[in-house]
Write a protein that binds this ligand. Sequence first.
Ligand code: GUN
Length: 287
Amino acid sequence: MAVILDGKRIADEILSDAQSRVEQCVRHGVRPKLAVILVGDHPASASYVRSKARAAERVGIATELVRLPETVSQATLLAEVDRLNAAPDVDGILVQLPLPSHISEHDVIERVDPAKDVDGFHPFNVGLQAAGRARVWPCTPLGILEMLRRSNLPVHGKHAVIVGRSQIVGRPMARVLLQEHATVTVCHSYTKDLRAYTASADLLVVAAGRPGLVRGDMVQPGAVVIDVGIHRVDGRIVGDVDFPSVEPVAGAITPVPGGVGPLTVAALMLNTVALCEQRRRPEGVSS
Ligand code: GUN
């Protein structure tokens, strides 16, 4: 029987910490502010954006939501990014992905001022992450790292296997875990004999976008299993991990929903405060 890692409870702890840091900023006359750009009304994206706004309100971060129609031109979207880059009171800019296919995500991500890149997706920040000098980590890997820390599950010296190599989760997760002294293997859809890797993982992070991909016979007894997937299948919400067969084998496991999702949102709040501290209170970050 695995320990169930309660993402909601750990996210609440992280949000309390973020709130204390927001209060410090406010005492110094600065209120952190997050701007979110949402293009179109994709229901999942709209729901994520709502939970980000709720969390920001809870911890005292100001928000600005920019809603643009699905048909918006790339030039108009880039002009909005430019406006937010230039706004002195905006600390973090998040462009909710995915974007419609007529818009280049690369061009938009690269237009965000790296000092306001709250997702840590800009190539400049990816370079700093790769160089071991990250200013911000992408929110999902950061949330997972915070959960492991706060659950007393050390990663140094462990074999961490990541299934999935997306820019949002898989790749930055690998950079985070390397920084934390894990031995890291990244698997993806072209990996031959996936089980050979997953079965040797002490820590298994699954972000493959395929419901139920990892089953109990693919997991080492006692492993820590983090499920980043979220899918609606036959009216139920499930992850990339087949929970019924993996939970009896694992040492600890995140549920879906209520695992990684709330942590991503909480980590976004940490990143917003961190960017505010770095940009507007460079002398007083820890005072
Ligand atoms: N869409 C899904 N996850 C994310 C994320 O972490 N950041 C952004 N900007 N869009 C997303």
